[in-house]
Write a protein that binds this ligand. Sequence first.
Ligand code: 5AD
Ligand code: SF4
Length: 464
Amino acid sequence: MNSTETVINHTKKLTEKLGRKPGVMIRTFGCQQNEADSEVLMGIALSLGYEKTDDEKKAELIIYNTCAVREHAELKALSITGQLKHLKSENPDLIVCICGCMVSQEHRLSQMKGSYPYVDILFGTAEHGKLTDYLADKIKKGGRYFHPDTDYSIEEGLPVKRESSFKAWVSVMYGCNNFCTYCVVPYVRGRERSRRKECILEEVKALVADGVKEITLLGQNVNSYGKGLYTDYDFADLLEDICGIEGDYLIRFMTSHPKDATEKLIDVMTAHSQPDSRPRIARQFHLPLQSGSDRVLKAMNRHYTRERYLSLVDYMREKMPDIAISTDIIVGFPTETEEDFEGTLEMLEKIRYDAFFSFIYSIRKGTPAEKMEQVPEKVKSERFMRMLDVQNRISLEKNKEYIGKTERVLVEGRSKTDGDMLTGRNEKNRLIHFEGDDGYIGSFADVEVISADTYCLTGKILKK
Ligand code: 5AD
Ligand code: SF4
């Protein structure tokens, strides 16, 4: 019996015993790449005879897909893993898997081996396709299994169970070669590797045929797309080819490294983001700055300066004056002085981002910044609050500019905070709340903006 047959046989037996299909519950921490990976894990589990459940008491397979980018994410994953102990003792059929970036680190793998005996299977980020083999081993032989990443090749054709019927992630490349000195990603996701363009184009075509309205192309650094695979084909070429697939859908992509984002890419975006172009590349660009100090950028190993960054922003705004630009900022990177930090505030004022994601620097084991001179916690959090004040003011001012305008919005569902309201995002990725019936969910609608807040807009629906 091969692995697939072994697991299917097992889920059939459980179905007879339980009077229902065995449940699978997956919890995802961290970034969009992890969300995309979890959709593959769910696809595999469903193909093996499990049924999706949100009730952990009805789960015979629980998978936690973890994140390691900051300590906070790791502590959260460890703490909820601890809560699985009682579930495991209550349900003898339960198999517990912990996977993802946290587990790809040796010290966390051995910590989980030693201190979490109720975890059955541990595996990293690279070998999701082997889930079936891992489960089959467990079912056949019992015991516990630890699988550090060994094979970073790309697996095509794995089943995927997408969370949304109208929004989809499509990975174009995996891994990272940049080794920013604060970042754990290159250590846990391996070296850069790109998917073949034919596979990506086929996947996008199939999604569009299925009625998907928004496709986000994912990569740790999408601008490295094609390196080592093609000599004369890059991310801009890929975007151009994707736009050749007919349909009414929006394309987004993330993340771009400022050292690699090209004018060619911006030109392709400009050409395919005109009001009459379908499909349309969203006029939205996520361009992590990380710090506004040249000295800190150097210590971070970012390979660009404020000047290079600003000239990229100028070029984007010259070509697409209404483009929405967002960023990531780290506060309190080792050795950051008050003057360095003021350089970051100055960049926020100069660029006036539409949105930003800010993080207090978190020490990551094994990275070069771990050994640098650390900024005291109190200073870090005080700078963080000052920075929020600056950006919140700018965000509110920018949001107010939408009042009275009509925005085309992809309606995503009911608002989590107010069930009477629908919620969605415009092309610029602005969150908009408005009243309406469920029939709008999953399609584009025109919404007139009535009021603006720091984090969202409120409007009224005009038409589909
Ligand atoms: N501490 C704080 N933030 C970090 N990021 C990456 N590593 C760290 C770290 N050690 C942030 C960066 C990156 C985003 C995804 O997470 O800003 O762009
Ligand atoms: Fe981390 Fe830098 Fe790679 Fe982004 S580019 S994943 S911040 S090492």
